[in-house]
Design a protein around this ligand. Structure first.
Ligand SMILES: *Cc1c(COP(=O)(O)O)cnc(C)c1O
Length: 414
């Protein structure tokens, strides 16, 4: 059980002190924030970086010839370097800043999907995708005649690898797009194996890393991915900025997604030519302050270190699974071998929304609903669940508070 022991030097109380919001009480109780998978809280380093930029170092980027614009451009572009290093991207020009994961997935569907996939080819997703990795493909299917295939999962919430491979056998799949970690089940998917199998059948592969990159180091070269998408606000960064990483060779071949300023090389009324990657995909004034905030978030995460984060969250998850499964009438969704800090559950006879509302009276914040994964809910015969999710600042005591409160909540529905 050594890998479950928090690493030496990881001090959750010290980490909590970095998050001002956690000092609050809610309904007279200490805030127990178990909704980090929807959006994580922000450390003071992120808040200060954005505030300092606004107070001392702010102008529009890339076009300015004045001192202030040059400094701001440097700070913003430093975020691109930080992202490239975080993901072990071979080339900083492969980092495209977008608004969030949803926009990254839509960019690939519109640009790669419409122009480099042919009608009659298929896109293969899994049965545990977030709506943002389903709906863009439905839209592409309807506009472009792409077939959408869905690889099934087991009752434990793991990807059925044999069925996955069988769906690639006819060679029609041009793109596999799969979550790297489920936001509902917590399941990690075997990314390297998925990429190997996809490539063996001539398909490109994209990962939705919105959850995965929060909890474990991601190395796009080790995975051998072609596209990787994630969102800043779940990694303790600001909203409004996300990342699409893609192989440069693919970005070069892909047409722009949005047109406007910043993404052109020249414009006349006859034609426009495109800026070099990644700027070709970054139309308009970017999220400058958010980029600066994202860099601060990445620096914060790297200073703690992924091994310590992963060990802390593994211990929390193990503790949560043990304490929640001991509650009579509580069903936990999924039981994957390889899973992260997300636990979805249903209480007998209780609607998930009522459970969340009652937990709120104890100062506990959990999410309830379909978690933007309606087809996955239906796969488990449910309309909704409650979900507790953990971050660097989550404590075992908070999970105990949740378990104790759930026993009380259950009495309402007995
Ligand atoms: C949150 C999430 C998304 C969407 O992220 P946005 O920031 O809302 O675009 C996509 N996929 C997964 C797995 C998520 O958890």
């Amino acid at each position: 059980m050594n890998d479950m022991t928090p690493s030496p030097g990881f001090d959750v109380d010290r980490i909590r002190a970095d998050f001002p919001i956690l000092r609050q009480t809610v309904r007279g109780k200490p805030l127990v924030f178990l909704d980090s998978a929807a959006s994580a809280q922000k450390p003071v380093a992120v808040i200060e970086a954005m505030k300092t930029a606004m107070e001392t170092q702010y102008a529009n980027v890339h076009r300015g010839l004045h001192w202030m614009s040059e400094r701001t451009t440097e700070a913003y572009e430093a975020a691109r370097d930080a992202v490239a290093a975080l993901m072990n991207a071979p080339d900083r020009h492969e980092i495209v800043f977008v608004r969030n994961s949803t926009e990254a997935l839509n960019l690939v569907a519109h640009s790669y999907g419409r122009h480099l996939l042919r009608p009659g080819q298929a896109v293969l997703i899994s049965a545990m995708e977030h709506h943002s990795n389903i709906v863009p493909w439905l839209m592409l299917r309807d506009s472009h005649g792409i077939e959408l295939r869905v690889a099934p999962i087991s009752d434990a919430g793991e990807l059925d690898m044999a069925a996955f491979e069988a769906l690639l056998e006819d060679g029609k799949v041009g793109l596999v797009s799969i979550t790297h970690m489920s936001n509902v089940l917590g399941t990690y998917t075997p990314a390297e194996r998925i990429a190997r199998i996809a490539h063996a059948h001539g398909a490109k592969v994209m990962f939705d890393g919105s959850q995965a990159i929060v909890h474990r180091a991601v190395d796009v070269q080790a995975i051998d991915a072609d596209f990787y998408a994630w969102t800043g606000h779940k990694l303790y960064g600001p909203t409004g900025i996300g990342v699409l990483w893609a192989r440069r060779e693919l970005l070069e071949r892909m047409p722009p997604f949005l047109g406007g300023g910043e993404m052109i090389s020249s414009v006349s009324y006859e034609r426009a030519t495109w800026a070099a990657v990644p700027h070709k995909f970054e139309a308009g004034t970017p999220a400058i302050l958010e980029g600066i905030g994202l860099k601060a978030a990445i620096d914060y995460v790297r200073a703690i270190g992924y091994p310590a984060i992963a060990a802390h969250e593994a211990a929390l998850t193990e503790h949560a699974l043990a304490s929640l499964s001991a509650i009579e009438g509580l069903r936990i969704l999924g039981a994957a071998q390889d899973r992260g800090g997300v636990v979805s559950f249903a209480l007998d006879r209780a609607h998930a929304h009522d459970v969340a509302t009652l937990l709120d009276r104890f100062g506990i914040a959990v999410r309830a609903g379909h978690h933007c994964a309606e087809p996955l809910m239906h796969r488990f015969g449910l309309e909704s669940t409650a979900r507790a999710s953990f971050g660097v600042y989550t404590t075992q005591a908070e999970i105990d508070t949740l378990a104790t409160a759930l026993v009380r909540v259950r009495e309402f529905f007995a």
